[in-house]
Unconditional design. Structure first.
Length: 285
């Protein structure tokens, strides 16, 4: 059981990073981005295509991160340009369209055949309490906490973070103060797009995925983000790690293994019911 939990932490780290990206976009731009994982998948698959063509890994990774950042930045520009005055629901619906467009484009470019993805890190592992921990798992955990710490510090302790949060609450007022809200919004989109690609580059070698399956990793990310009401970075990160650990443990239990993919949906249902409980009790009173 313990080895299953450890093995699931790589997937959990990817869920956590994607969830943090979703939370940051929701807090700062007011968008629930259903295309977050698809943007990351676009960059990740481009990276592996370049590696397969003989490009150095470092150069291919940079190209993948850059491509995902450009796609995400373009999506952010479209939303800021034509949907800046729309409500959160309309902007979130636009991200569903973004997901469909990227799924179509990904199918045309990369097909629907599972790919064997090379690992970015050496096949090195060490024992902890009798359980083998791979270098990829360690890097994934360190990266998850580093990203959560960095984004928390950015939002709470920097001038840019204060401007970004003000932009999400009072965009018109911020514009009147002479702050370029569109550039800030596009920058947030681009950064989260690059982080999504990094997350999927970590988890892809353990899954042999298709573009479609990587794109729908947004579901566990949304489940983790929902635990913190799409506002708390740390709850989203820890929720993503917990989801991965549960999936890894479930893979070792024969009765649960076939249904472990449903865990995020169960968590979403439970979280929604829990969040709605106060309204129901208030109405009953």
């Amino acid at each position: 059981m313990l080895d299953g939990i450890v093995s699931g932490l790589v997937s959990g780290s990817a869920y956590a990073i994607l969830a943090v990206c979703v939370v940051v976009l929701h807090r700062l731009v007011g968008v629930l981005n259903f295309g977050q994982a698809a943007i990351g998948a676009f960059g990740a698959f481009l990276c592996y295509v370049l590696i397969g063509g003989g490009s150095p890994i470092a150069l291919a990774v940079l190209a993948g991160l850059g491509a995902a950042g450009a796609v995400a930045g373009g999506a952010g520009w479209v939303l800021a340009r034509w949907f800046g005055d729309s409500g959160p629901l309309i902007r979130s619906v636009v991200t569903v369209v973004l997901l469909i467009v990227l799924l179509t484009l990904g199918f045309r470019l990369y097909g629907d055949t599972p790919r064997v993805m090379p690992s970015l890190f050496p096949e090195f592992s060490f024992a902890v309490a009798g359980v083998r921990v791979s270098l990829t798992t360690l890097v994934a955990l360190v990266a998850t906490f580093a990203i959560a710490v960095s984004l928390t510090a950015l939002l709470k302790h920097t001038r840019v973070g204060i401007r970004l949060q003000a932009m999400s609450e009072r965009p018109t007022s911020v514009q009147l103060l002479g702050i370029n809200t569109r550039a800030l919004s596009i920058g947030v989109w681009a950064i989260t797009g690059a982080l999504a690609t990094f997350a999927l580059l970590l988890v892809a070698p353990t899954r042999n995925p298709t573009f479609e399956s990587m794109s729908f990793l947004v579901v566990p990310a949304l489940a983790a983000g929902l635990l913190g009401a799409f506002s708390n970075v740390w709850i989203a990160a820890l929720g993503g790690l917990a989801l991965g650990a549960l999936e890894g443990a479930g893979a070792r239990i024969a009765a649960v293994a076939e249904f472990r993919g449903a865990i995020p949906f169960v968590i979403i249902i439970v979280a929604v019911i829990w969040m709605r409980r106060a309204e129901v009790w208030d109405a009953a009173r």
